[in-house]
Write a protein of this length. Structure first.
Length: 186
């Protein structure tokens, strides 16, 4: 027996990452669309001819991503994300520094000391005289391409301490697509 299609209905689906509850809205759309609202609500829209089996399967296939995104939300804080703590960030940041450091080592840069903290207005900072890079825990909420950009940006400050053309020429040697990566931070 076919289930009646409602304009909007609450559904639950089991995924390998856990159960996901979502609101399904039927609309005149070509694709199945999935959004996570600032309040943490998962919303799915699909055309009237798309079966519930297809929709549930789609949501289930995105389960790990949904659970990851929801795990960084603070309940009741109007969608404010909670950055991972330094213990979670450290191995990621250290691996990225190690990946990009050889270019800077060849330029005579000493291996930097990494500091990690949650900052409100900066993704990272650098103290060239002390050989210190500080990275924001909130970076891990951004796409990895953006995180790589910030790491290279801070490493480049060991060679050029300003943001003039010569600085970005160094960044471009390591990441030719740095402008697109930088846009991901906005």
């Amino acid at each position: 027996m076919a289930q009646a299609i409602l304009p909007s209905q609450q559904r639950r689906v089991m995924t390998p990452a856990g159960e996901v509850a979502y609101t399904l809205t039927r609309k005149s759309v070509k694709n199945i669309n999935l959004r996570i609202h600032p309040d943490g609500q998962v919303a799915v829209s699909a055309g009237p001819r798309v079966s519930l089996v297809q929709i549930d399967g789609f949501v289930a296939s995105k389960g790990a991503w949904i659970v990851e995104k929801l795990s960084w939300r603070t309940p009741g804080s109007e969608g404010e994300t909670v950055p991972p703590d330094a213990a979670v960030c450290r191995p990621v940041f250290e691996a990225l520094i190690a990946r990009y450091y050889p270019f800077f080592k060849a330029q005579g840069v000493a291996y930097p000391t990494l500091r990690i903290k949650t900052m409100k207005s900066r993704w990272g900072s650098c103290i060239p005289g002390k050989g210190v890079i500080t990275l924001n825990t909130r970076l891990l909420i951004k796409p990895m391409a953006a995180v790589e950009y910030v790491v290279v940006h801070e490493l480049a400050h060991f060679l050029v301490q300003n943001h003039q053309a010569d600085f970005y020429a160094v960044v471009a040697q390591v990441l030719p697509d740095y402008k697109a990566r930088r846009e991901l931070l906005k």
